[in-house]
Every structure is written in C-alpha cells, then in structure tokens.
Design a protein around this ligand. Structure first.
Ligand SMILES: Nc1ncnc2c1ncn2[C@@H]1O[C@H](COP(=O)(O)OP(=O)(O)OP(=O)(O)O)[C@@H](O)[C@H]1O
Length: 303
C-alpha cells in the first residue's frame, strides 16, 4: 500500500504560478483530482511522478523523496494527457521498449501481460498511428503498467473517449484499485470523478480548494448561490410571484427577462413551474446562467 505525501508544494513557470502551496495525501484507492482547465492538475501530476521538480516544498512516496530518486520511479506509472508513442511502432514494440527502459528481466513477457491487462492483444501487431483515441489511451495505460507499479497517475484519461470506452476504462481502474494500488486521475468533469473516485481533491488556480468525499464536494457546489435566467409571457408578474414566495435571494428585471439568484437549486427548479401555473404565466425559458465550471470552482475558493 503506497502513500504519496505532498507538502506545501509550489511550481512556477517564469511569472506563472501553476501550483501554489498545495498540501495533500494520496493513499490507496481511487482519488479524483478535479479542477478546471489550467488549474495546475498536469503540473501536480508530473511532480508526483518525478518528471518535474517542485519550485518549493516536497513530495514523498512512502516517506522517500520523489524528485531525482529512480528507486521511487519503479513504483510509479504515469499516463500523460498527450500522445506518448511513436506512430510507426506497433503497440507491442512500444510496450516492449518501455519494459526495456525499466530494465525488466523479461521485457516480452511483461509487455504481453500489460497488453493483456488493457485487452489490446488483438491490435498489438498494428502501428499505434492506426489506433483510435480510445485504443491509444489503452496502450498508454499498458506502457504505465508494464512494470506493475503500486501507484498509477492518469492525466485526463477519459478525454476524447466514447461512452463505451469510458466504461471499460473505469472498470479497469476499479479493478486495479481493488488490487491495492494507489490511483490518481485528473478530470475537469465532476460526474466522471463522482462515478469513479472514492476520494476527491479539488484544485483551482493552482490552489487546493476542497478535499473529501464527493457528497461533501457536491453539497459545497450545490449550496452556493445559483443564478437563473428566465423568460415568460409576463416577467413582471412572475417576479412578483417569486418575491412573494420568498424562495429567491434576489430578483432582477433585465432587457432579456428575469435574473433570479437562489441558494436552493433543487427547490427552485421544482417551484418555478408551479408558481407560473398558478399565476397563469407561460414559462418560455428557465436556464442556469452561471453553470460554467469556472464559476462553480471559483465559488469553492471563495473568489
Ligand atoms: N511549460 C510551461 N510553461 C509555462 N507555463 C506553463 C507550462 N505548463 C503549464 N503552464 C501554465 O501553468 C498553469 C497550470 O497548467 P496545467 O497544465 O498544470 O493545468 P491543468 O489543470 O492540467 O490544465 P489542463 O487540463 O488544461 O491541462 C497554466 O496557467 C499553464 O498555462
């Protein structure tokens, strides 16, 4: 059972602070690293895998420093977001070469085992350049598994996958976690993280914004004020009805219709059609107007 400890870690690129004073512990099971694009997820993952030096702070695997420590790399597999295989190599050649890089005693056998793990035997003899996005993702996964690491780091593993490929990969990740591995995967999609992760870490603008199980994070996200845009046959009357009901924090009449702020998302979406019906108003549009991930995450960090 392996544990990665991240202790007050920062990383900057020139003037850009990509990761800012993050402290967290990643243990066995599946951890989801959630954050919008540019939050610093890839930077953090690369530091966890020993591919990038922290500008300050330290990272350890089972108490051993990760940076410049090859004895640690034997226990870590990293699947990067970008393509990492030469298109002209066959899947098998690629995995065998990775096994050789790790100095494994029997690269052929290790490669076959890893390819079997991701169910890619049928395409192992084909050049990687002919693979679909999902197949490329699986062969990258095999390359990270070839030395049977205790820790697996996956950067946006579901990007570009169709729903069937997504389910297959989720199954594989669950199996590997059940075997006692420490697995961390990054994503900017809450639902994805919610379905797979037993533990969630949220980062926003390089900072650690929240940590815990998904119910807690979901509550933090849904309890924040929500902004809705409404259009109806009589916006003024609808505004009056909403104000009379007392379910909104603020109601504004705009050129486009109504803007309503509420803290109880679920109750408000149930209530509005009832209010409209009672007042004989036809509802044309009811849409959340601040549902961008950016705004959800910003709320979490209190910006
Ligand atoms: N090599 C680099 N040089 C300069 N800036 C960088 C470099 N790599 C990342 N950054 C910047 O650091 C910040 C964090 O980037 P990072 O790729 O770690 O975020 P991310 O959460 O993985 O985002 P994405 O999901 O879009 O890849 C961004 O502002 C990015 O532009």
């Amino acid at each position: 059972m392996s544990v990665i400890q991240i202790e007050d870690v920062s990383r900057w690129y020139g003037n850009v602070v990509a990761v800012n004073g993050i402290t967290m512990t990643v243990g066995p099971g599946v951890t989801g690293l959630l954050g919008p694009n540019g939050a610093g997820k890839s930077t953090l993952i690369h530091m966890m895998g020993g591919f990038l030096e922290p500008s300050s702070g330290g990272l350890t695997l089972d108490g051993k420093p990760i940076w410049r420590n090859p004895s640690v790399y034997r226990h870590v597999g990293l699947v990067p977001e970008r393509e990492s295989a030469y298109d002209f190599l066959t899947g098998e050649q690629f995995i065998v070469s990775m096994a050789k890089l790790h100095g494994l005693a029997d690269p052929g056998a290790a490669a076959r085992r890893a390819i079997g793990r991701v169910e890619m035997e049928y395409a192992a003899g084909r050049p990687v350049g002919t693979y679909s996005k999902g197949m490329k993702q699986r062969i990258k996964m095999a390359s990270a598994l070839v030395h049977d690491p205790a820790v697996l780091l996956l950067d946006e593993p579901f990007n570009g996958m169709d729903p069937r490929q997504r389910l297959q990969l989720m199954d594989l990740i669950r199996q590997m976690a059940a075997e006692g591995r420490t697995i961390l995967f990054s994503s900017h999609i809450l639902e994805e993280v919610e379905r797979l992760a037993t533990h969630i870490e949220v980062i926003v603008s390089g900072r650690h914004a929240a940590s815990g199980d998904f119910r807690e994070i979901r509550r933090l996200m849904t309890d924040r004020p929500h902004l809705f845009a409404l259009r109806s046959s009589d916006d003024r009357a609808l505004a009056a009805a909403i104000i009379a009901d007392g379910s909104a924090r603020a109601v504004r009449l705009t050129d486009q219709g109504l803007e309503v702020e509420t803290t109880d998302f679920a109750r408000f979406t149930r209530l509005i059609p009832q209010l409209a019906k009672k007042a004989e108003i036809r509802l044309w549009e009811l849409s959340p107007s601040d549902e961008s991930l950016e705004s959800v995450f910003s709320y979490l960090v209190g910006k």
